[in-house]
Design a protein around this ligand. Structure first.
Ligand code: PAF
Length: 279
């Protein structure tokens, strides 16, 4: 594996290049993205860059886990071709950028509303990393559903010639979605955090048996209510193309998404399901 810290040393790919963008602290979820990338491209390039622009809380940025040596070892073992781990100046040579990408109305709902400026920061760095690494395809995780919607919308609206591929969420045996933030959970908090995936499973099962949006959300809410330690910020059904909430009588594909604080840790998770088509 080539480890590169400057974009000028990246060079072109010999065949199809897939990029997996990360902020490091790699876990099984990221490795699943890498494997997905390897299954669709000749060369896989992973970026590790903690992007200050997407943090609305300076404390969160400061405490974000940074484990580059361990990340590099995992990627090497996984057979990644190139690791691009730039310094701040390589990505933002002019300091804080004057021109940035706006996620538009995606900022108004759910993660966008909870974290002002977050998606503008994500899209700005994603576009910059695409320009720096010149991939044919970029692989993102389904766990960050609203991020996927924002990135797809950006590539469509700004004619960015990069295909977007999505890899499924990786879960622990008991259903907890893998996240870099899980390391902050105590054993009790980890148990409480299972309420999120249980709620999503309940909503999904209800949808599968013909429930409306309102009924599916009610089924999930009952699971969440059993665990008051999981302080729910939202539990909602999103339109998968706009990230906006769907009405209670909506029929079709939805993303059921949840965000909750467990102790000091904010967790998100989601499931894609279909409303109005019982199996
Ligand atoms: O999903 C993430 O880890 C980040 O938002 C990303 C896409 C690497 C941009 O910094």
């Amino acid at each position: 594996m080539r480890i590169v810290t400057r974009a000028s040393e990246l060079g072109g790919a010999s065949g199809t290049r897939a990029v997996v963008m990360t902020m490091g602290a790699l876990h099984e979820g990221h490795l699943a993205l890498v494997r997905h990338a390897q299954s669709i491209a000749a060369e896989v390039l992973v970026t590790v860059f903690v992007n200050p622009l997407q943090f609305d809380d300076p404390g969160d940025l400061e405490h974000y886990p940074r484990t580059l040596e361990a990340d590099a070892a995992l990627l090497e073992e996984e057979g990644v071709d190139v690791l691009y781990a730039p310094a701040l100046e390589d990505v933002y040579p002019g300091g804080t950028p004057i021109v940035t990408v706006s996620a538009g109305a995606i900022n108004d709902v759910f993660e966008g509303a909870a974290r002002p400026g977050h998606f503008d920061g994500v899209l700005t760095v994603v576009l910059k990393l695409m320009n720096l690494t010149r991939p044919d395809v970029a692989v993102f995780g389904a766990k960050d559903a609203q991020q996927v919607i924002a990135v797809r919308t950006m590539t469509r609206d700004l004619n960015v010639p990069v295909e977007i591929a999505v890899a499924p969420t990786v879960r622990d045996h008991d259903g907890l979605a893998r996240s870099s933030r899980n390391v902050f959970l105590s054993a009790t908090e980890r148990d409480d955090a299972l309420a999120l995936s249980r709620a999503l499973r309940a909503a999904d099962a209800a949808a599968d048996s013909g429930a409306t949006v309102t009924e599916a959300l009610l089924a999930g809410s009952e699971e969440l209510a059993r665990v008051p330690a999981a302080q729910v910020e939202y539990f909602a059904a999103l339109d998968p193309s706009s990230a906006h909430p769907v009405p209670g009588d909506y029929r079709g594909e939805v993303v059921i998404a949840v965000a909750a604080r467990v102790g000091k840790t904010r967790l998100i998770d989601n499931v894609s399901t279909r409303i109005g088509h019982s199996s």
